[in-house]
Design a protein around this ligand. Structure first.
Ligand code: SAM
Length: 308
């Protein structure tokens, strides 16, 4: 079952290589995270340590138990296909990425369009997911330029045609979100676009992904059951998984946007025109793949915003 799910991932490799690739990423994350992850940062002192989050994420994704771009595969596939076919997207920036997920959807679209890959940069606070992106690019012969840093203080010598991210906006609270949108606008060429997703929740508040002990326990049981036959291939054991899950549930915070209208309005203030906005209820998917708080409501806005 797990192997079958892995095959659904957008890896432009032979089918028989896909499982190896996903297991290799899970092992690499576990190896890199203790050495490279952010434990604290003078620039972002509020940032919790990310060791357990980054070491565990590719494992959860492989088991189809992560809230990942795979849940928005149709959206990213359709939008990136159209950008790849247009031939007008040459410089791409990924802002925030827990593993190589978004990169995989990008490369798959350009592969399908039989187009020359764009120049791709990936930026994240932490080096671990960036190394996963680099390794994935190397596997396919596509250079991926990586930069560790806070997007809000980032600058690049040339603007981008496309900025993309999965579920990155929830890392910014109501005060910081407009700063992110302004930074995206600054980093894009006029006519360039942001392609992203964000969770919408009118009853929002700042939340960790675990709401209750029962939810955390239920999620732990699901992960352990799904991983049972895969521990060696994933480079882990039950005790490590349990420890990672406990820390993961506490460390990951998320600030949804209250309404799609609020999202539109804030993007427009930052200088964007909304080109596409799909409000999609992913409640059922979230129950099995949203992390420890997965039973909660999960409405997403998948959007394309063009810089005016
Ligand atoms: C993009 S979000 C969500 C991950 C998502 N599920 C995915 O598909 O990759 C998580 C990532 O954002 C990064 N991050 C959080 N705040 C950031 C910031 N201010 N600048 C750059 N990266 C940031 C974290 O280090 C983490 O790797």
């Amino acid at each position: 079952m797990v192997g079958f799910r892995v095959m659904e991932r957008p890896i432009p490799l032979l089918m028989c290589e896909a499982l190896d690739e996903a297991c290799a990423a899970a092992r690499l994350a576990r190896e890199l995270a203790p050495r490279l992850c952010v434990r604290s940062s003078a620039e972002t002192p509020e940032t919790p340590g990310c060791v357990e989050y980054h070491s565990l994420y590719p494992t959860l994704r492989l088991l189809s138990l992560a809230a990942s771009p795979d849940r928005h595969a149709d959206f990213f596939g359709a939008v990136f296909d159209s950008l790849a076919k247009s031939g007008a997207t040459h410089r791409v920036l990924i802002t925030g990425t827990a593993d190589s997920g978004i990169l995989e959807y990008l490369l798959l679209a350009w592969h399908r369009a039989n187009a020359a890959y764009p120049s791709i940069k990936a930026l994240d606070l932490c080096e671990t997911p960036l190394r996963l992106c680099k390794a994935y690019g190397q596997r396919l012969g596509v250079p991926v330029d990586i930069r560790a840093g806070n997007v809000l203080s980032s600058g690049f010598p040339e603007p981008f045609d496309l900025i993309c991210a999965h579920s990155f906006i929830v890392k910014f609270d109501d005060e910081a979100r407009p700063l992110l949108f302004a930074k995206w606008a600054e980093l894009l060429k006029p006519g360039g676009c942001v392609v992203s997703t964000v969770r919408i929740d009118p009853d929002r508040g700042v939340r960790t992904i675990a709401h209750t002990t029962d939810q955390a326990d239920a999620f732990e049981s699901r992960v352990l059951a799904a991983a049972a036959d895969w521990l060696e291939a994933l480079g882990t054991d039950v005790a490590t998984l349990k420890h990672e899950l406990a820390c993961h549930a506490k460390a990951v915070i998320s600030v949804p946007v209250a309404t799609p209208e609020q999202l539109e309005q804030e993007l427009e203030v930052a200088g964007f025109a909304i080109e596409r906005l799909d409000v999609v209820d992913r409640g059922r998917a979230a129950a099995s793949s949203g992390g420890a708080g997965g039973e909660r409501r999960a409405t997403y806005a998948d959007f394309v915003a063009r810089r005016i």
